[in-house]
Design a protein around this ligand. Structure first.
Ligand SMILES: [Zn+2]
Length: 116
């Protein structure tokens, strides 16, 4: 394959798509873990201050990025809900409860099939 082919518009588009999905999936995982950590803390205190929340976000983001670099967290372009009845797009954050979207791994907001 020549260098010219490597830099084709299609390859650049695919690379951009992959980067956006990866960054989105990292952000989604960080927010999922922040919500989990904030809920655990609230069991012991009445409310979290802004500074406590910032501390949780910083610590959580560090752990998720470390897990990603170590290969312990593999970003996925979508997340299926625990009940199997929803799909959240890592790219745009939209959650769909449409059975066809869940079955086909489709995001109506991005107009994208995640498996393509
Ligand atoms: Zn989307």
């Amino acid at each position: 394959m020549s260098g010219e082919e490597d830099m084709s518009g299609e390859n650049i588009r695919r690379l951009g798509d992959a980067l956006i999905s990866t960054i989105g999936a990292l952000g989604l995982e960080i927010s999922r873990r922040v919500v989990e950590a904030a809920r655990e803390r609230r069991d012991f205190t009445s409310a979290l201050s802004v500074n406590e929340l910032r501390e949780i976000v910083r610590a959580t983001a560090s752990v998720v990025l470390a897990d990603y670099m170590l290969g312990d967290f593999v970003p996925r372009p979508y997340i299926i809900g625990d009940d199997g009845k929803s799909i959240t797009c890592a790219r745009c954050g939209m959650t769909s409860h449409l059975p066809t979207d869940v079955e086909q791994h489709y995001c109506g907001n991005c107009k994208k099939f995640h498996d393509d």
